[in-house]
Structures are given as C-alpha cells and as structure tokens.
Write a protein that binds this ligand. Structure first.
Ligand code: GYE
Length: 350
C-alpha cells in the first residue's frame, strides 16, 4: 500500500509540475508582448490608435514651447495643441520650458532619444543652439523653428522658420506712431522691450529704431526689458514715470501684455493712457483690442500666434519628402484707433 501511495504521489506531483510549467511559459509570452507594445509607444517612433495599437503612419512631432508669459504665447500653444494634439495624423509631444533655454535643450535631447519625426522649437533666445541642433541633425531629425528665430553659422541646422517679420513690425509701429502724433511734434518715447536675447525683442527694437532715427523730433528716452509680461511691463513703466513723469509722450511696447501693464501704471500715476501718453504695441490679443476700443491705447501691430496649421502642413510636407519654404510667413496688419479696433473685435480669434 505504501509503495502504491508513493508512486501515485510522484505521478501527481510530476503532472502538477508539468501543468505549472506550461502555464508559466504561456504567461511569459503574454507579458513579453505587452512590454514590446509599451516600448514602441514610449519610443515615439509611431503613434497609437484608440485601442493602443501602433499606427506607424502617425507623424510624431516634439514641440518645445517657451512658457506661458503672454496672451500671445497661450494662443500659440492652444493652436498647436488643437491642430496636432487630437489628430489621426499626428502624435504631439509637448514640453513647456518655463522661460529657460536649458529646459528647452533638455526637451530637445529627450525628443531626439525618443526618435520623434520632427522637432518644433520656439527658441526663447537667439543664441546657444549649435550643439543640440547638431545632435538633432546627426540623428536625422528635421527642426522647424516656430515663432522666434535663431542665430547659427550653419544654416542647415534648421529646416524652416514659421513666423513673422519682427523688423517690419517695429517699422510699422514707428510709422503709425509718427502718423498719429505728427511728424513735426517733439515726442519722447519710452520702450518696453521683450525678453533679452529673444529675436522678437531684438528685431522689434531694430525696426522701430530704423524709422525713429530718421526723424529728429522723435527720441527714445528710455528702453528697458519688461520680459514680455504684464507685471514686469507695469513695474518698468512705474519706474519710467517716476524718473521722467510728464516728459513721456509715448510708449512702444514689444507686446500687448506689457502695454496693458503700462496702461495700469499710467492710470495709477494719474495720467490718461491713450491721451496724455500714446501707446503702440505688438501682437493683437483680445485685451488690447478692448483697450484701444476704450481709447486707452492707440496702435496695434498684429502678430499672428495661430501657427498650428502651418506647422502641421510643414511637418506633413517634410515627411512626404517635399521641399518646404525656408521662411513661412503669416499675413498681418495694423489697427489704429478706437473705430478700427471696435470694427475688428468681433472677428478676432485670439
Ligand atoms: O509677441 C510675445 C511673446 O516671440 C512673437 O513672444 C513672440 C512674442 C510675442 O511672449 O507676446
């Protein structure tokens, strides 16, 4: 009896072992498949559809955004997310650099490691991009500059620039200001600059000066950065008013947010913005249209932030092997005075 029992036990144990081994190997197969799928997703070489299946047709775009310093910037982010974020054609990897170039460089390196198809970069400043863009080039990933430009010796480090002509914006702002006040009127201007080193600040400063320098009655008496933000614009304007007070005839702000901050500072100082001190600013966000319609500001130089569709088209063309334009420009205009602002307000999209 004992012997039979032992035999039965050995037989049973062997069968159980065999069964367990079979079950384990089955599980292993399933989990390795799972890992493979996850790796494909995070590598970013292709997008995934609703069921989580890889769809190699999707174009993966890594976008390094500067931050959220202005109404313009928020509108640009929304435009890109709207166009590429919820799309069958694109997978968007979005990274917010919080105004720091070092964060943008990190984001670019991570996009390169993930082998994205296209990198879109809104560069916070113009200089210091050679090393990381060379890494992108060596990895065979095209880089499209969005909104701001860069200065590099090797122009092949980026494929295309999608954005505005900032020098022209500055020139147009100065021309309209002189038209408004009159060529023969002595005019002291204070300038609120954008972020130091940003192409949109450098070029808007250059363009404005080009025109102002040709008229001896017009002088830029103070110029300082307000970092493209409402709060800094207000702070700097307060300092200008403290030092130069009633001597200031006009404000040139590189963006609307700083102009809106300046409007507050002028009101708190006891003067009337738009009347005692004329104001010209760049962008064209909703709040400045309201201010101009209310007579608190005077001139809006439009700069279009809705660049998502142009980025999508450029990325598609690149992936299809087409050549894309080196500089993809947007059509823009200038609005002067309350009547023009009121008429345009209902159609504004940002
Ligand atoms: O005018 C400003 C933003 O680079 C064109 O950056 C862009 C500028 C824009 O913060 O509002």
């Amino acid at each position: 009896m004992k012997r039979t029992n032992r035999l039965m036990f050995i037989l049973f144990a062997s069968l159980t072992l065999l069964f367990l081994l079979a079950a384990c190997s089955g599980q292993e197969g399933a989990s390795s498949k799972g890992e493979k799928k996850e790796g494909t997703t995070t590598s970013g070489t292709s997008g995934n559809d609703a069921e989580g299946n890889a769809s190699p047709d999707k174009i993966v775009v890594g976008f390094s955004q500067i931050g959220a310093e202005s109404g313009w910037r928020t509108a640009e982010t929304e435009s890109v997310k709207e166009t590429l974020g919820n799309s069958d054609e694109f997978e968007l990897k979005f990274s917010d650099a919080q105004q720091k170039q070092e964060n943008q460089i990190k984001a670019l390196r991570s996009f390169i490691a993930q082998k994205v198809d296209v990198i879109a970069l809104a560069p916070v400043v113009e200089s210091g991009w050679e090393t990381v863009l060379t890494e992108a080039k060596d990895a065979g990933i095209p880089v499209i500059l969005l909104d701001r430009g860069i200065e590099v010796e090797d122009e092949s480090l980026y494929t295309s620039f999608i954005g505005s002509d900032f020098v022209l914006e500055g020139e147009n702002g100065a021309k309209e200001l002189i038209n408004l006040i009159g060529e023969d009127v002595e005019t002291n201007i204070v300038e609120l600059q954008g972020t130091v080193g940003a192409s949109s600040a450098n070029d808007r400063m250059k363009g404005f000066k080009n025109v102002i320098d040709q008229n001896d009655n017009y002088k830029i008496i103070k110029s300082q950065t307000g970092d493209f933000t409402r709060s800094k614009g207000k702070e700097v304007m307060e300092a200008f008013l403290k030092s130069d007070g009633d001597n200031i005839d006009a404000v040139y702000a590189h963006n609307d947010d700083m102009a809106l901050g300046a409007i507050q500072a002028i009101e708190e100082y006891g003067l009337k913005p738009g009347e005692d001190i004329k104001i010209v600013s760049v962008d064209g966000i909703g709040d400045i249209f309201e201010a101009v319609a209310d007579g608190k500001s005077n001139i809006i130089v439009e700069c279009n932030p809705l660049l998502g569709p142009q980025l999508a088209q450029a990325a598609k063309d690149l992936m299809a092997g087409k050549e894309i334009e080196r500089w993809i420009k947007t059509e823009e205009t200038v609005f002067v005075g309350a009547e023009e602002a009121k008429a345009a307000l209902p159609d504004r999209q940002y």
